[in-house]
Write a protein that binds this ligand. Structure first.
Ligand SMILES: [Fe+2]
Length: 302
């Protein structure tokens, strides 16, 4: 089965106190653990112990992790990454709280990625027996779960090769300069589940975080999220609007340290045999938004 899903992100925060308030009260995440300089959060419909670790100091992405289906798969993917030219190191159980043993690598994009096969289950807020559709009382937006991340890299084509040839992902959407052999890859949306993407890479400075996104149920949840963002004076970067590319209903906004978040809903499903959808640069307006105008800051701010 290989890589199962995007499991966690470790994100840097300049001020942990304001980050705690924002992720707890605005996004509605549950604080699972805290230690000096670190906060661990999960969302209400997630099983794992956490999906987000906030680390005090700076801004941006410290590392991210994908859960894989077993130790044998971990070894197979480790070999594959080494054959691809990456250096890997083993990480031991509980090196990250609640996370089992795994493999860590610095990707050609400069990001640190971890693969692991085990994380403690904490259970969802609605349980496994006759669960209601949601908890009765949710804080703020009340996001159900982490969905995807978009990272920047100077070489999106290389990252697409790594993720498709070694890690078993497929591209659901690609954005190119032009069709045909002369076209260069600007961005690629990669999936290992049935979502439009679990991770995406867009051309830009290597090692940077563009955004990470939370899945919400539908357009009405996007509207509700917008209301909460307004109430809490959260700086909104874009939206609410709809992407042509991935048909994502979306709002982008910034956490107190300037890390970009998104609430995202999409009816697009993928499967391993589905052809890749291609978008060309001259149609980037339609690929991106109803308004068909891409703010320069959407690509320049990471
Ligand atoms: Fe997104």
């Amino acid at each position: 089965m290989g890589v199962l899903r995007l499991g966690y992100l470790h994100v840097r925060e300049t001020d942990l106190a304001s980050a705690r308030q924002y992720y707890g009260e605005t996004l509605g995440l549950t604080l699972m653990n805290e230690e000096p300089g670190k906060l661990y959060f999960k969302a209400w419909d997630e099983w794992d112990h956490h999906h987000l670790v906030l680390e005090e100091g700076g801004a941006g992405l410290a590392k991210f992790g994908f859960k894989v289906s077993g130790l044998d798969e971990l070894e197979r993917l480790e070999k594959g990454m080494r054959n691809f030219g990456l250096e890997t190191v083993r990480m031991s159980k509980n090196e990250t709280l609640a996370v089992g043993q795994g493999v860590r690598a610095v990707l050609p994009s400069g990001h640190i990625m971890e693969l692991y096969h085990d994380i403690e289950y904490a259970g969802t807020a609605v349980g496994t027996v006759n669960p209601p559709v949601r908890p009765r009382h949710l804080e703020g937006i009340g996001v159900p779960r982490l969905d995807h991340a978009l990272l920047t890299t100077e070489d999106p084509a290389l990252m697409e090769r790594l993720f498709t040839e070694v890690l078993g992902f497929r591209a659901s959407h690609r954005l190119v300069t032009e069709l045909g052999d002369k076209g260069d890859l600007i961005a690629t949306w990669l999936f290992t589940t049935h979502k439009s993407h679990d991770i995406a890479f867009i051309k830009g400075p290597s090692g940077k975080l563009h955004h990470f996104a939370y899945r919400v149920m539908d357009w009405s949840a996007i509207r509700h999220g917008g209301e909460i963002l307004s109430m809490d004076n959260v700086p909104v970067a874009f939206g609410p609007d709809i992407h042509g590319l991935t048909r994502g209903q979306t709002i982008y906004f910034f956490d107190p340290s300037g890390n970009r978040n998104e609430i995202f809903s999409s009816d697009v499903e993928t499967a391993a045999d589905f052809p890749t959808v291609t978008w060309t640069r001259e149609q980037i307006g339609h690929a991106s938004y109803i308004g068909r105008e891409v703010k320069e800051s959407h690509f320049s701010v990471t």
